[in-house]
Design a protein around this ligand. Structure first.
Ligand code: ATP
Length: 560
């Protein structure tokens, strides 16, 4: 599995899906650039999402709001005070990680295992443990592994930490050394030598100010030292910087909520209706992991659907199903996509329900989308903080068909703040999921001693190049028909490519199988006589002949 995933990452780099950002400067950790094929795949996923949720419906409109967000908006939404993850540092490896995603302690034969990346690091770590972190404990060095024998171990329970009691070098059982155990260890090394956890706000803060904020901090600090102020330096600095403080948005949703009144007024909308937005969000993640799965800069496709309180659970179920079905529309392996309901303690404090869509990545199940019932929390918070009025009056459309008469009677002309059902999915995670789902390796049909062949069985709607048009050989007489076919496809708005590399036709087919091109059209000698071409299907390898003028119609039938 790991080997196959490495082959996929290699393909992404080699064929222009994904590059390390600023690679010629040594790269920037967690930052990626999308190459010519990656940008098409990402755009196609986004377009499918937009088509299904905006163009195919008459109750959803689009919006594109600012990334730079003023402090009061995110203060009201709770992000300034609450949008934190817990952060823990490992005192042995100096790694920083999120405890909620970290593994549990690994015990084998009453010994804890700590794994170093190589033998020399293992030696250094052993010394650091026995001299500083846990002086006098027994350790066994075994290549890259360090074993720590235990006297006893208890798990955390009812909010109280457990303990790890180590055996001592001198076999002293009267004063053994123990560590508190909170239910996790450092993910890479499995080290239990950890600092207490502390909250860490994930937002990128910056300042909209022509004066360098560092200058302001220096001035304020100097002034503070001369004044006999009651304020702490921190408070004084915060006060000076507050008016210019802005954040890179951590989700696109708040831009939708603060525009609620403008959109309803200008578009004459009443619940139930939705606002869709696709755009970049930013989170200063404690730990970046699995390539584009978790990055500080990422794109979200979010839909906020506004409904009456008495229909909210109906719509929550509706969107859970609809969103899950969308994922399956493009999947080769539907069994690798699942829904998981959140436990009560996993949900944001305002949410009354949340269901994640998860994909089985090569390292395990990972979230790709959250569908949440956010109640009226967001709109109410922005009303409280601005004086805006987001209340609406009941209409017949507020009610699900089956309950219409009874519920309408009960709630006639009632004013209410709409409740929100949110679907929030990561575009970059979607791209990674669909790449993993589509990536197949098959034995080379000509020689099974050669490495396997790659086929990217992307859904045609997602494929970066819809069709490659090829002259059989480099002879110029094929080119007029090649150009006519390519033009007929381009006119439909589909990305096509004339593939005239001087390679055998089979090799050219294979180059396109690898990047997911669903069809290859070949112009050959017969084409010159009767205006027909062959069209080859990526997944079955089957070829059929058809007039070149029918190629785009054939593709349309298989695309939608
Ligand atoms: P996680 O638990 O994985 O951190 P989350 O629950 O914080 O995710 P949400 O706030 O629900 O994520 O965001 C909605 C979606 O945005 C996620 O399902 C995911 O697809 C995407 N997303 C969130 N954070 C990141 C990130 N750092 N990098 C890439 N995509 C992300």
């Amino acid at each position: 599995m790991a080997q196959k995933f490495r082959a996929l990452l290699d393909l992404c780099k080699r064929r222009g899906f994904l590059y390390q950002s600023a690679e010629i400067y040594g790269g920037l950790r967690g930052a990626y650039d999308y190459g010519p094929l990656g940008v098409e795949l990402k755009k196609n996923i986004q377009q499918s999402w937009w088509r299904h949720h905006v163009y195919y419906r008459d109750d959803v409109v689009g919006l594109d709001t600012s990334i730079i967000t003023p402090h009061p908006v995110l203060k009201a939404s709770g992000h300034v005070d609450e949008f934190s993850d817990l952060l823990v540092d490992c005192m042995l490896t100096k790694e920083r990680f999120r405890p909620d995603k970290a593994p549990e302690l690994h015990i084998t034969d009453s010994k804890v295992l700590v794994q170093a990346p190589d033998k020399s690091t293992a030696k250094l770590w052993q010394q650091h443990i026995t001299e500083q972190l846990a002086p006098g404990i027994k350790t066994i060095l075994d290549g890259k592994k360090i074993w720590l024998p235990l006297i006893s171990f208890t798990s955390p329970s009812h909010g109280q930490p457990g303990s790890i009691v180590f055996a001592m070098n001198n076999n002293d059982t009267t004063s053994p050394l123990s560590l508190p155990y909170h239910g996790y260890v450092e993910p890479d090394s499995l080290s239990p030598f950890l600092t207490p956890s502390r909250p860490f706000n994930l937002m990128f803060k910056t300042f909209l100010d022509p004066i360098d904020p560092v200058e302001r901090i220096i001035q304020t600090t100097q002034q503070h030292n001369n004044d006999n102020s009651q304020q702490t330096v921190r408070e004084a600095v915060d006060q000076v910087l507050r008016p210019s403080t802005v954040y890179l948005r951590p989700e696109t949703a708040q831009g939708v909520f603060i525009n609620f009144e403008q959109v309803t007024r200008t578009m004459k909308l009443k619940p139930p209706f939705g606002i869709a937005q696709v755009g970049k969000s930013f989170r200063n993640e404690i730990r970046l992991e699995h390539g584009i799965f978790r990055t500080p800069e990422f794109e979200q496709m979010e839909l906020e659907y506004f409904v009456s309180p008495w229909t909210a659970s109906h719509w929550f179920n509706y969107w859970r199903k609809l969103r899950y079905d969308w994922w399956l529309t493009h999947a080769c392996h539907p069994e690798d996509f699942r829904q998981r309901d959140h436990e009560k303690d996993e949900m944001a404090h305002y949410a009354t329900g949340c269901t994640d869509v998860e994909f089985k990545y090569p390292w395990g199940w990972g979230e790709i989308e959250g569908v949440a019932h956010r109640g009226d929390y967001d709109l109410t918070q922005h009303m409280k903080n601005t004086g805006a009025n987001f209340e609406v009056t009941t209409t017949a459309e507020d009610l699900p068909q089956e309950e219409e008469e009874e519920a309408l009677d009960k709630n006639k002309n009632k004013k209410y703040v709409p409740h929100v059902i949110e679907s929030s999915c990561g575009l970059n995670r979607a791209m990674l999921a669909y790449l993993c789902d589509a990536f197949h390796q098959v034995p080379d049909p000509d020689n099974d001693k050669l490495p396997p062949r790659n086929i990217m069985k992307l859904h045609p709607q997602l494929a970066p190049i819809k069709c490659a048009v090829m002259p059989l050989t480099g002879k110029p007489e094929f080119l007029p028909i090649v150009q006519k076919v390519a033009q007929s496809i381009r006119q439909r708005g589909w990305n096509t490519m004339v593939e005239s590399q001087k390679l055998k036709i089979g090799k050219r087919y294979y180059r396109h199988d690898e990047i997911g091109t669903p069809w290859c059209v070949t112009v050959d000698y017969q084409s010159l006589e009767d205006d027909t071409v062959t069209i080859r299907d990526r997944d079955s390898g089957e070829q059929r002949r058809l007039p070149w003028k029918d190629v785009s119609r054939y593709m349309e039938q298989h695309l939608y």
